[in-house]
Ligand binder design. Structure first.
Ligand SMILES: Nc1ncnc2c1ncn2[C@@H]1O[C@H](COP(=O)(O)OP(=O)(O)OP(=O)(O)O)[C@@H](O)[C@H]1O
Ligand SMILES: [Mg+2]
Length: 247
């Protein structure tokens, strides 16, 4: 595969938080290739570095050492406004905490990336509303975040990540607060995105109900990648290599 057939490639990534005796080595030499056209899942115990890895891969946090390429672009070479516009165009985030704006409605929150891209407000909000409808949240499109349940907030965050059709979607526990049916609807949506040959979905998860959607599962332990298993990336059957503790 050539470099551009990967959504993300990183080499020898290190991330140290803080300094001195209280410093934390959250990433300890991570090499990872994330192919296009697939759902790649990342699993591991709490505190092993999954969120940190997503943040460093997408440039939201600077690495202490190592390199990251996204869609063939060297991330560390992109700075300031160029880095921001590259991210806005190409990467959709679903954060572990939803990070919605409290003063905007659900539909407006979903439309934030369109506002940032200069789409007129009414048209953008209309697209936000339409996507929320697809996610089963049409009736709550005009609600404020404080009026929504955890699962509903999650779906707004998912709509925001998908709205401008970025090529790389990065999700931190996207289904943790959803019931089985909504979780499945979200995964079907993400699956539809990922099987497009020039897009990719990266999902950090503990949710064994969604492992069946993975094309691959990568295991992290204590800041390192320790193993990778192939999955079937379909809506049926469980991929091999899932330890009993995670089923
Ligand atoms: N901003 C920060 N400052 C200091 N330490 C941090 C910071 N962010 C994360 N850490 C530490 O880095 C390590 C990895 O954290 P991270 O959030 O990446 O874990 P995780 O695998 O996502 O865990 P979880 O499954 O609980 O979300 C942890 O020891 C955490 O305490
Ligand atoms: Mg985390």
């Amino acid at each position: 595969m050539s470099a551009t057939e990967y959504a993300v490639r990183c080499r020898q990534l290190e991330k140290v938080f803080g300094a001195g005796e209280t410093s934390v080595r959250a990433l300890r030499g991570v090499d990872w290739d994330v192919p296009l056209g697939e759902i790649s899942m990342l699993v591991g115990q709490s505190g092993c570095g999954k969120t940190t890895l997503l943040m460093v891969l997408t440039g939201l946090l600077d690495a202490t050492a190592g390199t990251v390429e996204i869609l063939g672009e060297a991330l560390h070479a992109l700075r300031g406004a160029r880095a921001n516009s590259f991210r806005l165009q190409n990467i959709g985030f679903i954060f572990q905490q939803y990070n919605l704006l409290p003063a905007l409605t659900a539909a407006e929150n979903a439309a934030v990336p369109l506002f940032a891209a200069g789409v007129p407000r009414r048209a953008a909000t209309g697209r936000g509303r339409a996507l929320l409808e697809k996610l089963g949240l049409g009736a709550r499109a005009d609600a404020m975040p404080v009026e929504l349940s955890g699962g509903q907030l999650q779906r707004v965050a998912i709509a925001r990540a998908l709205i401008n059709e970025p090529r790389v979607i990065v999700c931190d526990e996207p289904t943790a607060s959803l019931d089985a049916e909504s979780g499945r609807a979200v995964m079907e949506l993400l699956h539809g995105v990922a099987i497009s040959p020039d897009r990719a979905v990266v999902i950090v998860t503990h949710d064994n109900r969604i492992f069946e959607f993975a094309h691959s599962i990568t295991y992290m332990e204590d800041g390192r990648i320790v193993r990778r298993a192939n999955g079937n990336g379909t809506t049926g059957g469980r991929p091999p290599g899932i330890p009993d503790s995670m089923q």
